[in-house]
Design a binder for this molecule. Structure first.
Ligand code: TXD
Length: 321
């Protein structure tokens, strides 16, 4: 079987870690594209020179021209500026929309059959713009945010309960912004509701709720917490790992159920927008959206998050994108 070809558009912090993870997991050959000359060539050379030690056999190539991505099966896009302390993701809209438009044109021309995962912020708007400019089928264009937000939520729960994070299942839906919706009721430890575990730990329902509320709040602000510490950019290890989970599910047709920024056609009462929802990812991209039953409070939190996504998309359209 021929090896898959994966194009990474954006050779910055996340692009570099993506390259290393793809190589180490031998998911396919990589073309790392950036507009900065020599940067992607330098990173791919550096990573390739670890091939003997890591024991991987894939081709890694740096590129400054779109023609090099020709025939890619999967494209992962991180091109665009990251946040600096004090910025919201939405502050990146104009700069990154210009970049995303040019990326969509390049990918459309040279990799018209690829499945595309977008990571650049503001995420939901960038996914919308890429699909609009490329005209790719909606199920082949998606965004990574929910896997990371859910991993952050799960990590905080694991630390709080003193139980391995491997046994924590928690999902975050909605847009990738401060209105995201960590699903408390569905969060569980191998099937046991997290709220039940917290109530057992504190023997006090009010205290358990307070602890959960704090974890939900930390999850919503987790990206900003890292930005504040790094000072020069945003999280990059965990976003790269999260996109790799999605990429592997697609390339290996694993059909994992992962929170994905996916196009909705009426599911969750949302029509015609990209929003984070549970989706089955396989060789055809977003193969199914799994509609959960939400209670009134959860649905209203999701509606609120969708409203934020819509308003950003409308701003973007007003700006001519
Ligand atoms: O979970 C998530 N979705 C995210 C998203 C979590 C963290 C950060 N997230 C966003 O990813 C972040 O807000 C940024 O918008 C992107 C990329 O973050 P990264 O940390 O990798 O940014 P870098 O290091 O600045 O890299 C961006 C690269 C850089 O090398 C630029 O030269 C390149 O993008 N760039 C371009 N590449 C191709 N084409 C064009 N036009 C272009 N312009 C800049």
């Amino acid at each position: 079987m021929a090896r898959k070809k994966i194009a990474l558009i954006g050779g910055g912090q996340i692009g570099g870690v993506l390259t290393q993870l793809i190589a180490q997991k031998q998911l396919g050959d990589v073309v790392l594209f950036d507009i900065v000359e020599d940067l992607p060539q330098g990173k791919t050379l550096d990573i390739a020179e670890a091939s003997r030690v890591d024991g991987f056999d894939v081709n890694l190539k740096g590129a400054n021209e779109y023609k090099d991505i020709a025939g890619s099966d999967l494209v992962i896009i991180t091109a665009g500026l990251p946040r600096k302390p004090g910025m919201s993701r939405d502050d990146l809209l104009v700069t990154n929309a210009k970049i995303m438009k040019s990326v969509a044109e390049g990918v459309k021309e040279f990799a018209p059959n690829a499945i595309v995962i977008i990571i650049s912020n503001p995420l939901d708007a960038m996914v919308t713009l890429f699909q609009k400019v490329s005209g790719f089928p909606t199920h082949k264009v998606m965004g990574q945010a929910g896997v990371l937000d859910s991993s952050r939520f799960s990590t905080f729960i694991a630390w709080e309960l003193g139980i391995s994070v491997k046994d924590i299942n928690a999902m975050v839906l909605g847009g990738h912004g401060d209105t995201m919706v960590p699903l408390v009721r569905y969060a569980n430890v191998n099937g046991v509701p997290v709220m039940e575990m917290l109530e057992r730990k504190y023997k006090d329902a009010a205290k358990a709720k307070e602890v959960m509320d704090a974890m939900v709040q930390r999850t919503k602000m987790a990206g900003g917490e890292v930005v504040k510490l790094l000072k020069t950019g945003s999280a990059f290890y965990s976003p790269a790992s999260s996109a790799i989970a999605m990429a592997a599910s697609i390339l290996l047709d694993e059909k994992r159920l992962l929170p994905t920024c996916a196009y909705l056609n009426g599911e969750f009462s949302v029509d015609g927008y990209y929003v984070g929802v549970p989706a089955v990812l396989g060789e055809n991209g977003v193969e199914r959206i799994i509609e959960l039953s939400l209670d009134a409070e959860e649905q209203s939190a999701l509606d609120n998050s969708v409203a934020a996504v819509k308003s950003l998309v409308e701003d973007m359209e007003r700006l001519g994108f």
